[in-house]
Design a protein around this ligand. Sequence first.
Ligand SMILES: Cc1cc2nc3c(=O)[nH]c(=O)nc-3n(C[C@H](O)[C@H](O)[C@H](O)COP(=O)(O)OP(=O)(O)OC[C@H]3O[C@@H](n4cnc5c(N)ncnc54)[C@H](O)[C@@H]3O)c2cc1C
Length: 389
Amino acid sequence: MSDSAPVVIIGSGLAGYTLAKEIRKRDRELPLMMITADDGVSYSKPLLSTGFTKGKEADELAQADAGAMAEQLILDIRTHTRVTGIDPDAHEVLIGAERLRYQQLVLACGADIIRLPEAISACPRVFSINDLEDYRQFRRGLAQGRRVILLGAGLIGCEYANDLRNGGYDVTVVAPSDQVMPGLLPPAAAAAVQSALEAEGVTFHLGVGAEAVTEDGTAVQVRLEDGAILQGDIVISAVGLRPRTRLAASAGLEVRRGIVTDQLLATSTADIYALGDCAEVEGHVLMYVMPLMAAARALAATLTGTPTAVSWGAMPVMVKTPCCPVAALPPVPVDGGQWEVEQDGVNVCALYRDSSGTLLGFALTGDRVIEKQALAKEVPPLLPLIPGE
Ligand SMILES: Cc1cc2nc3c(=O)[nH]c(=O)nc-3n(C[C@H](O)[C@H](O)[C@H](O)COP(=O)(O)OP(=O)(O)OC[C@H]3O[C@@H](n4cnc5c(N)ncnc54)[C@H](O)[C@@H]3O)c2cc1C
């Protein structure tokens, strides 16, 4: 392999660009190439669920185009280019019939939207939002009317519900779970968020899934599993994301829920690393910004000659529901672990402790979110510093 082959980063999301920035803080000479299936525009994905609250159209969320990023980060960028394969023995990525050499390869290829069955997803008025282009199309779709039916009551579904109400839309949320944010919040905290959203005018149909969506002239009809029919103008599917692993798996890399890496972000194959939403680091799949920033800093050090393991403290997740702010650190349940809940209206402090009293996780809503930093310090780190690092 020639030493002049670049470090190749696949993906121009927050993971890819943060890594490139961190590398450039350390080394301005290392040849760097980014290959991305999209247009390479730099934007902050978390802002996609706050467009109305912050008064931003899709184009206003774009921070810099690919050309500006290439200049700023001294990198060669190929946009609208999908990597179709990896040949680890030859140290090459495949773009159709074309082959490009890499010195080291970083997979920062994000996560895929979980698609609902055809009977729902085939309707052209059903939108899923996972990048700026999706968001642009969804904002155009809103021209069809003010009644939005949201499928999914997870973190992103609740954020869109609040944001669309702030934009003056009628919002109905449908989900098979019997509470909002089931993976993130214990029931008391979830009930607080739901009641705050209801007070804003959001309607909920929980405990029942959607079965089919049909377009009916000027409107859409959503048929629920219990036979009820909801009328709306557009539908947003926000039922979750899963790490993109197909490219890695087809090249023989170990894949479980995500692309498996160790604490150095190294995959099972030499000179290939993974970070961001696509990665499973020491068993953890964390599809949030804070973990990917820490991972990008560590990987930049490694790629510029100082092998560095990522360390993750306890990182609470903030949910952007301004009518009832949320900070949550979901625990991994243990035998004998219990929630202790203090509640005053929508202000909830729920602490999860093991049988010896150690705090393993928490959920805070309303006024109580200010306690998040103090509480996070009490929770054992997720990936402790490796001694000597
Ligand atoms: C609506 C929404 C709100 C969110 N809010 C928050 C929040 O408040 N706080 C928080 O911490 N997190 C939030 N998140 C999660 C956070 O935004 C993500 O964890 C983060 O943006 C993931 O970045 P990424 O670079 O790993 O993936 P992505 O941004 O998905 O980037 C993946 C890149 O890989 C490219 N790609 C994929 N496959 C290929 C291929 N084969 N060849 C070439 N290129 C390829 C894509 O084109 C893209 O450029 C939110 C997510 C969403 C959807």
